[in-house]
Design a protein. Structure first.
Length: 483
């Protein structure tokens, strides 16, 4: 009876479990983006300004690489859910590790605190993020037309957190110091964990099963693999093969290799049916398009963070707002537009553009958004008005709503049954490639050559989007009934 009650209870036409996942993701994103928007400044600001005085290009590379490592760690979170804990428990334990990472950033000074804190946040976010999205997917049956609307509402929670986080941490950073900002991120994640525990019952039995349990005979071998991996990482760092300067390049390469390996595993695994293999193949061009999209979008925290600090005029009625507030502008547009998109997808149902077309439009829109920076190039100093960038970030938001929540939704629909959580981790690999690439590309940014930088990247991205649009009939045919 209790299980049936959870299945039938709804809020605004959606499963009641959406409310809990909405809340925990809101607070996790509050902590994540609140920390991320001040991280770059903490790394390259001078010691007298509370920073660590790294080179600016090195700092933006670290930010991009860190974001990539967050998404790379989703494979571990997916594996834990599929083989050991189940999705529901992995979400909780991931949040605990995230909170510990923010506490380390707040309390431990220097690069030691950065190293410990970022590793913990990356591991915890990877576990929570992949499984919260996958868990939401289990609340909807395959083919349920409400799913895209539900994921768009879920995305609203993400962006509420992304909006408030930078506002709070930015004010704390400029008034009392960076470590207070990192501490606020820890408090946010703690609040998310409290609400998750209180309303855990809303999820019913969803995500509590372990779809592919790890047999006892394999535990020793698995532990050995993890230990060997840790030893290899330690040796690579000790030998100087990975440095702060090349971290974003190495991270990008690792995620690309891991993605290829993961596709190969899914396409050859005996537990994956032939129909499921066809759907995985259809996912490949969407994976590439998503990586291209995020390589531009995630420059919000690399190139555009520097742009905000050096080129934007943040004077508001005689008061200068923190540069990190650029991280809160785009989420405002998402908050305003998400309900409209959710309503639109729900009303249109089967008449909505197919998923591949939404992806193509999102990539094209992202390229056009970068091209909008071209007319602002050529001036010197902090001369770009906030309103101009606010308008451009509206194009970012529309493009994001066309591709990101839709990507989360379609991944759950195309996932093989034995790889539900790990398929979501593979989706986040594409985000990880784009995020780490944002750090690589940031190394080529120079205020004196903005016209070339924004124009070239914007133009290439538009071309990629047009290619995806041309491939939409093939992709749709191979999605085997998924709209």
């Amino acid at each position: 009876m209790a299980t049936r009650e959870h299945e039938t209870r709804t809020l605004f036409g959606h499963p009641i479990g959406l409310t809990n996942l909405f809340g925990v993701e809101l607070w996790e994103r509050f902590s994540f983006y609140g920390m991320l928007t001040i991280l770059g400044y903490y790394l390259y600001y001078s010691v007298s300004d509370g920073g660590l005085a790294l080179e600016q290009s090195t700092a933006t590379g670290i930010v991009g690489a860190y974001g990539g490592l967050v998404y790379l760690s989703t494979v571990l979170g997916g594996w834990l859910a599929d083989r050991v804990l189940g999705m529901e428990r992995t979400v909780f334990y991931g949040g605990v590790v995230v909170m510990a990472g923010h506490i380390a950033l707040a309390l431990i000074p220097g690069l030691t605190g950065v190293g410990i804190g970022l590793v913990l946040v990356a591991l915890g976010s990877g576990a929570l993020k992949a499984n919260a999205s996958s868990l939401l997917g289990t609340l909807y049956a395959k083919g349920d037309p409400r799913a895209d609307g539900g994921f768009t509402l879920f995305y609203l929670g993400i962006n509420l957190g992304a909006f408030v986080g930078p506002l709070i941490t930015g004010l704390l950073q400029t008034s009392v110091g960076f470590h207070w900002g990192f501490g606020a991120a820890a408090v946010g994640m703690a609040l998310g964990l409290v609400q998750y525990v209180i309303f855990r019952r809303n999820l019913g039995e969803h995500g509590r099963d372990v779809p592919n349990p790890l047999p006892r005979s394999a535990i020793g071998k698995t532990v050995g693999v993890f230990v060997a991996g840790a030893v290899v990482i330690a040796l690579v760092i000790a030998l100087g093969l990975v440095t702060l300067r090349n971290l974003s390049q190495v991270t990008t390469g690792v995620i690309i290799v891991a993605s290829i390996a993961y596709f190969a595993i899914m396409l050859t695994n005996s537990r994956v049916t032939e129909d499921e293999r066809i759907r995985v193949r259809a996912f490949i061009p969407l994976f590439i398009a998503n990586a291209v999209f995020w390589s531009l979008f995630q420059q919000m925290f690399t190139v555009l963070a520097v742009y905000s600090d050096e080129r934007m005029n943040w004077s508001l009625f005689g008061w200068t707002a923190p540069s990190s507030w650029i991280g809160s502008i785009e989420p405002v547009w998402i908050i305003a537009l998400s309900p409209l998109f959710a309503l639109m997808w729900t009303r249109l149902g089967k008449r909505a553009p197919t998923t591949p077309r939404k992806f193509a439009y999102g990539v094209i829109g992202m390229g056009l958004a970068f091209l909008c920076f071209v007319p602002l190039a050529g001036t010197e100093g902090r001369t770009v008005p906030v309103l101009a960038v606010t308008a451009i970030l509206a194009v970012f938001a529309i493009s994001e709503l066309l591709i990101s929540p839709i990507g989360l939704s379609v991944t759950t629909k195309l996932a093989p049954e034995a790889f539900r959580a790990q398929m979501m981790a593979l989706y986040f690999f594409s985000v990880g490639i784009g995020t780490s690439m944002s750090g690589v590309l940031a190394g080529y940014y120079d205020a004196a050559h903005e016209f070339f930088y924004f124009g070239t990247l914007g133009g290439i991205t538009v071309v990629v989007g047009v290619i995806v649009l041309a491939l939409t009939p093939w992709i749709s045919r191979h999605m085997e009934g998924v709209h």
